[in-house]
Design a protein around this ligand. Sequence first.
Ligand SMILES: O=C(O)CCC(=O)C(=O)O
Length: 273
Amino acid sequence: MTRRTVPVGLTPQEHFERLELYGFTVVDDVLDPVTVAAAKQRVEHLYAHDPKVAAKRSSPLDTMHLENLPAKGELFETCFLNPRVLPIVERTLGSDFIAQDVWSFGIPPGGPAYRLHADDDVRTPGTQLSVVTIYTLTEFTAENGGTRIVPGSHWIPRYPEPRTYQGEISIETPAGSCVVLAGSVWHSSGANRTDTTRTSMSCYFSKPWIKQYIDFSRSLPAEVLDRATPEARRVLGVTSRVRHTERWQWDEGTGHPKEEHRHDLAQQGYGPC
Ligand SMILES: O=C(O)CCC(=O)C(=O)O
């Protein structure tokens, strides 16, 4: 049985406290086994066949990184909205948080640990600017590349050096959990010393005024945006994108110019809506 770094059955308040104090928590059993199997099959297919994964790799030991996941399968259009995880994100970042990107990291057999890093571009100890949520599609262990972190390092007003630190741990948890990290805690994927790939899907959230890694309003196919719920559209930043018209011409709900102005705007040379 997989060891668990964080006990099961914690309340949202207890998760929030762990995140605040230690910079991480793990929410148990957030995905059922059928969903885990379907997501794992899909991401592993994409690791093998999506040319955008290969484009970022120069060795079979390099991490397999899928970006813009909601464009890559219906399952991924809502995976980042888990109702047991989002309240922790909301409590930490405020109700207007957005997704920077939804991605997947696969650590192949023999893959080395990535360098310890923090995801925020500035250090703001005591105020979180971002939260990483990593859904485990295989178990995470110290052997297979489970996320390593330095608990409490989000309180330190500088970035890590490229070395190991005392107190560093590997997060261990079964498939179907969600590892929640403060974006500012020193962390990375670990080394995979097993013969199977460590698989995950993640959403990286931030305050709404931080520029997104990807503009989902333009990167997602129209049919994906059409079937997105109001909550998904807000989290994907579709309704908080920077206007390219004057305010009175803009529909905040859709993240596009108001229908009645589109023709005139196009005539005036405004770019595609
Ligand atoms: O996938 C992991 O274990 C770590 C992910 C990570 O380093 C990140 O999201 O910045």
